[in-house]
Design a protein around this ligand. Structure first.
Ligand SMILES: [Zn+2]
Length: 311
């Protein structure tokens, strides 16, 4: 039986201009939207326009100086926050909306639904006090913090399947005993963090570094044998997925060899532990892999398999 799926998106996300030739470009979201608008369950998707995160909310996880710097660079016409991270005049407001989409997604999950967040800029490389790696604000850790502040749930887990380590998410949550972070990523690779000895202040961080060339079988084994038990042991009440699609074999930036079906496989397995998932877009730089990846994940979320073990 199918159930409607809320997808948070706004065309403003296309106006975060990173300049010609930049891999984190508006076409990425267009590929996701086009795939979902033309898929065979398109009538099950409920498109919702998100709110913006407030500065007060951003200050929960970022320094005031970090927020101010981004605002000022944008106000002065744009520029580079780091070597990889250009912004245009509109990027500050768009990044607040990108973060807000993840907060609206939290409310969906707290109301008993799964949700898909298609926003940009992405967030998992943004640290407490610095933007980097195409990321301005830490969308996933803001969502986790927001979820806990509603005083409905006690623990949140973030699973990061983007091919890069989410150094920013880890930086922000590693001292918080109520937020767990688990990441599978290519290593050694950008951004350089994410070795297995980084475990968080409370054992709340688990890094699974894998070498370039890893394919579906080895990846699924690590997912089944290490990620799933960690999430179960966390006794978390909510699961947030930092979903990049750059571990796909087609991705031009990275060296993993996942197939589209691997993302659906993980979504199905995660759904068994947490029937309502927040899945939010991080990286992914091949348009076909992005479109197919979003469609396969959304297809799992639309299929009403709550509480039913599926393979
Ligand atoms: Zn990535």
């Amino acid at each position: 039986m199918a159930s409607p799926l809320s997808v948070f998106y706004n065309k403003d996300f296309l106006n975060h201009d990173t300049g010609p030739g930049h891999p984190e470009r508006p076409d990425r979201l267009k590929a996701c939207i086009e795939a979902l608008e033309n898929c065979d369950f398109a009538d099950q998707l409920v498109w919702k326009s998100p709110r913006s995160a407030t500065e007060e909310e951003l200050r929960w996880i970022h320094t005031a100086q970090h927020i101010k710097q981004i605002e000022q660079v944008c106000e002065s016409g744009g520029g580079y926050l780091d070597a990889d991270t250009p912004v245009c005049p509109k990027s500050y407001d768009i990044a607040k909306k990108s973060a807000g989409a993840w907060l609206d997604g939290v409310n969906e999950v707290l109301n008993g639904n799964s949700t898909l967040i298609l926003s940009r800029p992405p967030g998992h490389h943004a640290e407490r006090s610095r933007a980097m790696g195409f990321c301005l604000f830490s969308n996933a850790s803001l969502a986790a913090t927001y979820a806990l502040k509603q005083n409905i749930i006690n623990k949140v887990c973030i699973f990061d399947w983007d091919v890069h380590h989410g150094n920013g998410t880890q930086d922000i949550v590693q001292n918080n005993p109520d937020i767990y972070y688990v990441s599978i990523h290519q290593f050694p690779f950008y951004p350089g963090t994410g070795s297995h000895i980084e475990t968080g202040e409370h054992g709340n961080v688990l890094n699974i570094p894998l070498p370039a060339g890893v394919g579906s079988v080895d990846y699924r084994n690590k997912f089944d044998e290490v990620v799933i038990p960690f999430i179960q042991k966390s006794t978390s009440d909510m699961l947030i997925v930092s979903a990049g699609f750059d571990a796909h074999r087609r991705d031009p930036l990275a060296g993993f060899n996942l197939e589209t079906e691997d993302f659906a496989y993980m979504t199905r397995k995660l759904q068994i532990i947490h029937p309502n998932l927040l899945i939010g877009l991080e990286g992914g730089y091949n348009m076909q892999a992005l479109g197919e990846g979003c469609e396969s994940v959304a297809g799992v979320l639309v299929a009403d398999t709550k509480g039913i073990a599926t393979e």
